[in-house]
Design a protein around this ligand. Structure first.
Ligand code: GLY
Length: 252
């Protein structure tokens, strides 16, 4: 069970963040509304929220997931792989320090939390443009010391690993076609996300609920069929900036 989450309010500079989406500029007021709804959903899932102030110096900083990897007992402070996001992790370190034993990814390592997926006692590390071999090796050393099994998976066509694959629990893996033929994932019950619903591959299990982005009915139906209760959230403004449901919080 997760009990806490860190979230960070979107900054006024949000629209200046990094994006490849070509969906237009986000509307700031709508972004704030969607973020509020997201926070309410986390509370409904039973989480106590740690809400950080917006930081206009980092337009992407509401995507807190990229700044760390957290479990109940320890955390690893990441080293964001895009130069423009390097430094977002400083505030997260301050918040997590009193709560968890911390480890750190060090130069020349680069690592975004969005590339790291936990599935029970296993961790998968996506090797993307944001996470390099050094970052992956450093993370693997820490996780192995805590007796997790760690695997790395190349990510070629997506921003982050979890843009395309997310573990729902109970051996159910939501997976975009980019990853569906990977041997690593054959032991899971794979729920294949259609190409026209790619964005919904980033759905998020939190305690008794699965959060899904609004507007992806086939993926929603597949998840419901497994018996999960769904909370659908409007994510249009975050999608414009290449962000998904998991990116907006660090859960532990
Ligand atoms: N805009 C999110 C990212 O590129 O990391």
């Amino acid at each position: 069970m997760f009990t806490k989450a860190i979230v960070r309010k979107p900054a006024e500079t949000f629209a200046n963040g990094i994006t490849t989406a070509n969906l237009g500029k986000p509307d700031y007021n709508l972004t704030l509304k969607q973020h509020e709804a997201y926070c309410k959903a986390l509370i409904k899932c039973g989480l106590e929220l740690i809400v950080l102030d917006a930081d206009p110096n980092f337009p992407d900083s509401c995507f807190v997931e990229d700044t760390a990897v957290v479990t109940k007992n320890f955390g690893i402070i990441a080293r964001p792989g895009d130069q423009r996001r390097l430094g977002e992790e400083v505030e997260i370190k301050k918040v997590l320090k009193p709560l968890l034993k911390l480890h750190y990814i060090k130069e020349p390592g680069k690592l975004d939390g969005g590339d790291i997926m936990q599935a029970d006692e296993k961790f998968y590390i996506g090797l993307s443009n944001r996470t390099n071999l050094s970052g992956s090796k450093q993370l693997k050393e820490v996780l192995s010391a805590y007796n997790y099994d760690v695997f790395s998976v190349p990510v070629c066509n997506l921003l982050h690993f979890k843009t395309g694959v997310n573990y729902l629990g109970e051996n159910n893996l939501l997976v975009h076609t980019e990853f569906c033929s990977k041997d690593d994932f054959m032991s899971y019950n794979r729920i294949i996300v259609d190409n026209d619903e790619e964005y919904a591959a980033n759905s998020l299990r939190i305690n008794d609920y699965v959060l899904t982005p609004k507007g992806f009915p086939k993926t929603k139906a597949s998840i419901e069929k497994l018996g999960y209760q769904i909370i659908e959230l409007e994510m249009s403004e975050f999608q414009k900036m290449d962000g998904g449901l998991s990116c907006l919080s660090l859960r532990f």
